[in-house]
Design a protein around this ligand. Sequence first.
Ligand code: PGA
Length: 259
Amino acid sequence: MTAIPDIDPLIVGNWKMNMTRRTAEAWIDAVLDGLAGPGPRCVVCPPAPLLWPVADRLRTHAPGGRLDLGAQDSHRAATGAHTGDTGLGHLGDVGCRRVILGHSERRAGGGETDDIVRTKADAVLAAGMAPILCVGEDLAARDTGRAETVVAAQLRASLPAAAAAGDIVLAYEPVWAIGTGRTPTTDDIAAMHRRLRAALSDQLGPAGGRVPILYGGSVTPDNAGEILRTPEVGGVLVGGASLSADGFLAIAAAAPGPA
Ligand code: PGA
């Protein structure tokens, strides 16, 4: 198991299907410069074809720095006959420490069920990497007052068996807030994170109290400080605003310092 240092708060950038080799390398150089001092642990999750150039840049310029490499998804197998997928063997080889799993764009666009997400999360843990497990309600569930019930059920069904013993991060990402510029109120975020904390403790015992719960969905430099100071928010998962190095650095700079 790869040891992962203390991570409170954790700032994760999810580039989704964006960036080129050239813009990725420029981003890494700018962000490494900006992260030179003390501050929160950060993760960048490039699309699969950019993992190697980003990893090379990180190894050359900041070995052991506070920016880690993550992936946006993985197949549950290390290698094999799975055309078009990215295997855990490749992710380990390139130096990924974390893997986003169950993002709503994969649940909705890729047909991923809670069972598939749980199986992948167990495989990621067994491979020595740490899953960032995403859950979140759609607008219909939010509007009908079922958000907490829906998200708690998603967590119950997608949490891997090995979670109690492994490094795992949970990310609450309301589907209706992703890429829309809309965010829940900080009271709503706090209420959902409290519910998730209780569910984690129910399922994992004392280990459930130590799982960081990130918030994701339209996080920007303007709202990051308030969100990161919300009770039970252990970091943020950032899509659109992470594409700009300045935006990502501003979000990291908004994180409260170590207690
Ligand atoms: P967004 O995406 O920050 O662009 O809303 C967040 C995510 O999907 O992880």
